[in-house]
Design a protein around this ligand. Structure first.
Ligand code: ADP
Ligand code: AMP
Length: 218
């Protein structure tokens, strides 16, 4: 399963990527999560990414490509992956194609998550994530069993710095300008499949499964 999830922030990519990864036992490779871990640990990558991240802008392509190329070479990704939040620009998509070719593999499907802007804003403004491992909740749509605590590991739930309204605006603009062109990129290659991401989590999951079956991936 060599799959990419594409779509604006808040569309539910991470939520569905985690489900799929658990079900099919492939790694979820979420570049946003990798950057948040790097920033929390104060690594060189985290220091390079922070200013871009805090402004809601994209970290430079060459930095992200190196991160993903290294991750795809790890043994646990040899049987497939769900890439979530990467690629986000045409040069990243081209770089991904090159890395996969070097590994003797290729992308099988790009799933585009589509939802109206007001849905995205509502989801981002109510998102809470667990400090320990990034499990994702929503104060209305997916509340934790114990308020403020992760169901999986009991760690504290926090709101992401970049989910504040000003940064959300910027991220949505950046998506339109830099990431939306990937829709054409994958359409031209016959890899694009869209799902209506505005339904509830189960509904979207059914559509994702249907798309993967249709594409012959599962
Ligand atoms: P993305 O990875 O695309 O930015 P997330 O998966 O983090 O999006 O989801 C954003 C927020 O919306 C989270 O709070 C999540 O719990 C919630 N969410 C995800 N999918 C749905 C859905 N289908 N319906 C309602 N809320 C959802
Ligand atoms: P996400 O968790 O996918 O919403 O990403 C959060 C932030 O991390 C983005 O706003 C960017 O600053 C950065 N980021 C994540 N993935 C990428 C990527 N593929 N290219 C550039 N920046 C990224």
């Amino acid at each position: 399963m060599n799959v990419v999830f594409l779509g604006p922030p808040g569309a539910g990519k991470g939520t569905q990527a985690r489900r799929l990864a658990e079900r099919y036992r492939v790694p979820q490779i979420a570049t946003g999560d990798i950057l948040r871990e790097a920033m929390a640990s104060g690594s060189e990558l985290g220091r390079r990414a922070k200013a871009y991240y805090d402004r809601g802008e994209l970290v430079p392509d060459e930095v992200m490509l190196e991160v993903v190329a290294n991750r795809l070479r790890q043994p646990d990704a040899s049987g497939g992956f769900v890439l979530d939040g990467f690629p986000r620009t045409v040069p990243q998509a081209e770089g991904l194609d090159r890395v996969l070719a070097q590994l003797g593999r290729r992308l099988e499907v790009a799933v585009l998550f589509q939802a109206p802007r007001e849905v995205l804003v509502r989801r981002l403004s109510g998102r809470w994530v667990c400090r320990a491992r990034g499990h994702v909740y929503h104060e209305v749509y997916r509340p934790p069993q114990v308020p403020g605590r992760c169901d999986h590991d009991g760690s504290e739930l926090v709101q992401r710095e970049d989910d504040r309204p000003e940064t959300v605006e910027r991220r949505l603009e950046v998506y339109e300008r830099q990431t939306a062109p990937l829709v054409e990129y994958y359409r031209k290659r016959g890899l694009l499949h869209s799902v209506d991401a505005s339904g509830d989590e189960e509904e979207v999951s059914r559509q994702v499964e249907a798309v993967l079956r249709q594409a012959g991936v599962v």
